[in-house]
Design a protein around this ligand. Structure first.
Ligand SMILES: O=C(O)c1ccc[n+]([C@@H]2O[C@H](COP(=O)([O-])O)[C@@H](O)[C@H]2O)c1
Ligand SMILES: Cc1cc2nc[nH]c2cc1C
Length: 347
């Protein structure tokens, strides 16, 4: 039989759907081992709060009873959006390439967060000089193009033991709002916010653009991959691929802000368990982000009023993950330290 490029039906999205059905679950043995050790460490049970659950999360999803993060990686997917012709951003498209150069030169916020926390940084240029079509009037991709971009995101992820996902793309909060409106319904107002800082008139243009884009596809938004194809952008597609690839490679993921959460929401709509290896690093100042996190069932680790993108919140949260693991690995047990354990019963 001749080789078939895209599985039995020949449709690229079917490959993605079938991959989602074969994702590994948590490693129960690693989880049990860290819970056992946790109980023996010189502190009252539960006193490290969510830090304890972070250790369990890394153990379960990296399948390591002695969880470590030695090679954390920030991956930034950068691209351009035709939707910016509707004047939906406070900044011009030219910032995309300029920021790529700034990342390369070490001058962006994310460079400094990576230096401070000893994190590797990779920036992926997704045809930054060729914007995807304006989603208010055209589909963002055809199916093959969308699937190929998801596949690019999958292939980008190698050799890390914790992945911090971020993006860069002027206009992409409009695109993310359209994707979320397409996935979850409601009105455009529910999902739109200031992004890089548009004024009142800009916000009205954004809202109208999202309303127009979503209305164009009415009746075709029942399939989350169709929502992505019609209303998304390259960084959102690649981020969805990266989240899937990390799961297959047993790499825990820290999700950054509003735009990354739109990619995560596509997967969550396809399969609610597909984000179990992900934590929400922070809740962004973009007003609808908190609602997305509620919908995907993630309580953010940080709430710092940030709205930068470029994985800045995820990279900061990586520092917390590294601290949680250092505490767990390095602490003495009650027996080792000669510290008395909790007394049984009331006293
Ligand atoms: O991550 C967020 O929550 C976030 C919120 C607002 C803006 N951004 C960043 O700002 C850019 C998109 O904003 P805008 O106004 O051009 O749509 C893009 O480069 C994002 O990384 C990111
Ligand atoms: C300057 C600038 C830096 C960014 N980093 C991520 N998104 C951004 C948007 C702008 C405008």
């Amino acid at each position: 039989m001749a080789p078939q490029p895209h599985g039995p039906t020949g449709l690229p999205f079917d490959d993605i759907r079938s991959l989602l059905t074969s994702m590994p679950g948590p490693d129960e043995a690693a989880l049990a081992a860290v819970r056992m050790r946790e109980a023996d460490l010189t502190k009252p049970a539960g006193s490290l709060g969510r830090l304890e659950q972070i250790v369990e999360w890394v153990a379960a999803w990296s399948a390591n009873a002695k969880p470590r993060v030695d090679r954390p990686l920030v991956a930034i997917f950068a691209t351009s959006h035709g939707v910016t012709r509707n004047q939906v951003s406070a900044f011009p498209d030219s910032v995309n390439r300029q920021m790529l150069e700034n990342f390369a030169a070490g001058g962006a916020a994310i460079n400094q967060i990576c230096v401070a926390n000893d994190i590797g940084l990779k920036v992926f240029d997704l045809a930054i000089d060729v914007p995807t079509p304006d989603i208010a009037t055209d589909d963002a991709f055809d199916e093959a193009g969308c699937a190929a971009t998801i596949a690019f995101g999958m292939e980008a992820i190698v050799g890390a033991d914790l992945l911090c996902l971020g993006e860069m793309g002027i206009g992409n909060t409009t695109v993310a709002s359209a994707v979320l409106n397409g996935l979850y319904g409601g009105s455009a107002e529910d999902w739109v916010g200031p992004g890089t800082g548009v004024d009142k008139a800009g916000l009205a243009r954004k809202t109208e653009t999202v309303r127009q884009a979503v209305a164009r596809h009415e009746g075709h938004l029942g399939d989350p991959l169709e929502v992505l194809r019609r209303l998304g952008g390259r960084e959102i597609a690649a981020l969805a691929g990266a989240i899937m690839a990390a799961r297959l490679q047993r790499i825990p993921v820290l999700l950054d802000g509003f735009v990354v959460s739109a990619a995560a929401a596509v997967l969550h709509r396809l399969d609610p368990t597909s984000l179990d290896h992900c934590l929400a690093a922070h809740v962004s100042a973009e007003p609808a982000h908190a609602e997305v996190l509620r919908r995907i069932g993630k309580a953010p680790l940080l709430d710092l009023g940030m709205r930068l993108g470029e994985a800045s919140g995820a990279a900061l949260a990586c520092g917390i993950v590294k601290n949680a693991l250092a505490i767990h690995q390095g602490m003495a047990t009650f027996e080792q330290a000669g510290v008395s354990g909790k007394v049984a019963g009331p006293h």
